[in-house]
Design a protein around this ligand. Sequence first.
Ligand SMILES: C[S@@+](CC[C@H](N)C(=O)[O-])C[C@H]1O[C@@H](n2cnc3c(N)ncnc32)[C@H](O)[C@@H]1O
Length: 323
Amino acid sequence: MSPLRYPGAKRQLVPIIEQIIRGNIPPPRLFVEPFCGGASTALRLVGTGVVQHAVLADADDLVHAFWFTAAFDTSWLINRMMELEVTVANWEWFRLSRPKGRRDKALKCLFLNRTTFSGILHGRAGPIGGKNQTSATKYKIDCRFNKKALAARLRAIGELGSTGRIIDVWNSDWRDTLARIKREYNHRLASDEILVYFDPPYVEKAKFLYPWAFGDDQHRALASTLRDATDYRWLLSYDDNPLARELYPPDGAGRHVLHARHRYSAAGLKATAEGKRKRPHREELLITNFLDLPASDAYHPLGQPSCTACQTCAPSIMPEAAG
Ligand SMILES: C[S@@+](CC[C@H](N)C(=O)[O-])C[C@H]1O[C@@H](n2cnc3c(N)ncnc32)[C@H](O)[C@@H]1O
């Protein structure tokens, strides 16, 4: 499991992604996650051996420093984490600090991610439990900082790094990541042995979560890049929203648009550390150029006329299915 809590983490989609990968030959040898964040998909897929090797990449230098250090400099990170006092004073210190070195950036990322409201690294989000720790709930700043459990997760990532299952971690914008895959891997692997999984920032909330914009123009640029992408297989996930539906209509040649709907588990319905209740289920779109899609109860092609299980699947296309 990922040591990073991540807004938008797609943990629930991972079994579906796994199912799609297993339904296609050959199995991918290289899995690349250009918007890796909490990297829960990559961790699970290399952990279970569904893919052989993973490269993680993220434009955020704190996130990059964290994953590089967790995978290849694990003991240092665990030792320093164990020494940390999880207090509001330290939270204020990390928030203001501007570390230059990779190791210190990694520690800052881990500390702020585990102690800040919703795991947000940048912007104005405060510490869990508030600056005065007078939150009405039982949640205080250290409630997500179980050092023993985090150390175990970090050791597991170190193991993936030392056995060559995580092979590299890049600090790059998604376009540079794609260019680097081409440079470093396209001459060594067949195009169907490379799988790139894109989980871009939320369409609506990105400006609150990251220190740079990821606006409609970037979502459009990604769609236009994927329209011509033939050097690798790709999978893309979005929260179901109008922009994603506009950019990836179901009739696109050579790709599938899937609608997945999953319920939160009973545990997921409990109040979160931030005192909110989660939505009972979530709608996602999965878009891919994989050729074979195994039949599944977990998803169906968007707009499929026979779709009666799902109330929200393109109701304008098939009003008879609504309800
Ligand atoms: C929705 S999160 C990914 C969540 C991740 N899939 C998970 O399960 O935890 C988006 C990530 O994209 C990164 N990001 C934002 N803009 C980017 C860009 N232009 N290029 C690469 N990464 C970017 C953010 O730093 C963030 O870590």
